[in-house]
Design a protein around this ligand. Structure first.
Ligand code: SIN
Length: 283
């Protein structure tokens, strides 16, 4: 039986979304892609305070993937919120806009979620508990299940719009998915990037300041597929799959593995129109 085209009370045109961190704030891709072809777009994660991000280098291509250590560069929630209050450009997009948030505490998540719920052009939220590029060594917020429980419970009590919780594949995402479900999340996103590393052998130095980085792209697809399958077996809420999807065939594999929605991430950088092509082909 086909999964409904819904997350909470929100209806989707189709199952194809874009992944946060690969799609800017929506404006950057609007010349390349007709958003009305998509189920939704997910914007770059916003944090409570402005973040300059990590020093360069921030990305490194590998034969079949991409390492990134951006470090959540963004202008901070107050600035982004005020700008959207003045000009809610997101309303003009004929698709569901998913707004991604990351905090340093439970309170950060809840406060930002409450504010951004007021913005009409935002249809849904993503709570990003899994950026590996903020702390050296890749520690993520979802390494502590108690964090997951509290953030999801408090957000569910506070916000009126549906939300998904984005997990790290390096943590116990099956347990975290169950916790998110019983604490009130409307969906889970499996997953953020895998933990990777690059070293200059000649100079015996790490490529990235934080040593580790997030790894994505076609190389991770088989691992992501297994993770999505495991998460989808564990919960009844929709699973949004993310992990190296580069074709309609890849997308179909994730849907067969149990995902209700799929998101295109790293491959947006190769072909900014790819999500639209995949949506068309999947139909
Ligand atoms: C980053 O900004 O470092 C990547 C975002 C993420 O992985 O959540």
């Amino acid at each position: 039986m086909k999964a409904p085209l819904k997350i909470g009370s929100l209806s989707f045109r189709n199952r194809v979304l874009t992944a946060s961190g690969t799609f800017g704030m929506g404006k950057e891709f609007s010349d390349f892609l007709d958003y009305s072809q998509l189920g939704g777009i997910t914007l770059k994660t916003i944090t409570k305070n402005p973040r300059q991000g990590n020093p360069p280098p921030r990305i490194l291509e590998t034969p079949y993937g991409l390492l990134n250590s951006i470090g959540l560069e963004n202008e901070g929630f107050q600035k982004v919120y005020q700008d959207l209050k003045k000009n809610d450009y997101l309303r003009q997009y004929d698709t569901n806009v998913i707004f991604s948030l990351a905090g340093d505490s439970v309170e950060d998540y809840v406060e930002m979620a409450r504010f951004f719920c007021e913005i009409e052009g935002i249809a849904m939220l993503e709570l990003n508990l899994s950026c590996p590029n903020v702390h050296e060594g890749g520690a993520t917020f979802d390494s502590n299940p108690e964090n997951v429980k509290r953030i999801v419970e408090e957000t569910a009590k506070t916000v009126s719009k549906p939300f998904t919780v984005k997990f790290s594949p390096s943590q116990d995402f099956v347990k975290n998915s169950r916790i998110a479900e019983y604490s009130g999340a409307h969906a889970i996103t499996i997953s953020n990037t895998f933990l990777g590393m690059a070293i200059h052998a000649k100079t015996k130095t790490f490529v990235f300041k934080n040593k580790t980085a997030g790894y994505s792209g076609p190389a991770v697809k088989p691992m992501a597929l297994a993770n999505v399958y495991r998460a989808a077996q564990a919960v009844k809420i929709p699973v949004i799959a993310s992990g190296g999807i580069s074709s309609a065939e890849d997308a179909s594999e994730f849907l067969i593995a149990g995902a209700s929605f799929i998101s295109i991430g790293t491959l947006n950088f190769v072909d900014p129109g790819l999500a639209g092509k995949i949506a068309k082909e999947i139909e």
